[in-house]
Design a protein. Structure first.
Length: 115
């Protein structure tokens, strides 16, 4: 009887340990980049992130007027008010080069390199 209880605890305890391990790996697998938009340009222009992990993009608009962060390949668009910031969440992506731009100033472009 006691042996059965111990076996169950070991099985349940092992499962909890695996669950905690999976949560840590998932948290570490998230990509995050910060883009600044100032003087009509993005910086950095070509950040690199890891493939097959969700991406969080923080865009800081330092301009005195609104801008629209847009990317057809990333499937995101967001108007960002003057002197403010926004956070965009993007699905996990395969390796490649994904273009983004300011829809209000299409000369302001960049690429996210996913490797």
């Amino acid at each position: 009887m006691l042996v059965d209880v111990v076996r169950k605890l070991v099985v349940v305890g092992g499962g909890v340990g695996m669950l905690l391990m999976a949560t840590q790996v998932q948290a570490e697998g998230v990509n995050e980049i910060c883009l600044t938009y100032a003087n009509g340009q993005f910086e950095p222009k070509e950040p690199t992130v890891h493939a097959d992990a969700p991406l969080t993009i923080r865009v800081k608009n330092m301009e005195a007027k609104a801008m629209e962060f847009e990317s057809a390949t990333l499937k995101v668009e967001k108007v960002i008010a003057a002197n403010s910031e926004a956070v965009l969440n993007v699905r996990a992506m395969k390796s490649g080069r994904y273009e983004f731009y300011n829809d209000f100033n299409e000369k302001a472009r960049g690429f996210i390199n996913v490797q």
